[in-house]
Write a new protein. Sequence first.
Length: 190
Amino acid sequence: MRAVEQGWQAYKPSLATFKQQRIREFFQEPASKGATAMLEAVPRHWYSNTYVILQDGQELAEIRRGLLREQGSIVVEGQACTIRRAGLTGPFLYEVDGAPLAQAMSHSVRRRFEIDYAGQRYSLRAQSLWTRTFLLERNGEVLGTIRPRSLWSRRAIIEIPGFPLPIVLFFFWLVMIQWQREQAATASGA
């Protein structure tokens, strides 16, 4: 029995190393299958908070909002990533198997998020007070946009080149949460 335990202990570090390597590859490879091109986010049903991410009509991923409003998950190629808020007002944490890969701090009053990813700081902010379009920026340079397909639509167009697909979807999830907050505020004020 002791030999079996020793054999398992020898294997255990290599399993952890493999898992870390797979996560690193998943998030550092350029977005697979041309995913940096224009993406469309479509609600699964008219009443649903689950979105399907399409490129040229092909389903690439699914984004699910959790039962608690500010939680969710993103499933890309069978790999599930979780999003949760650290406390009531803390940052949003984007994790794979409990390992944080990115975090975002919300500035709701200004409709803006500050995102830390891969050692860089990004800003995701509303283009103006009157639009639902969000701009992804780094050091004042616009890197991409997320916008509704039309004025009243829940569908969205995502154009953020140069990032892995899972991180692009994290950016969209943040915008989706902001849109839902605004919709709830409008409904309660009416």
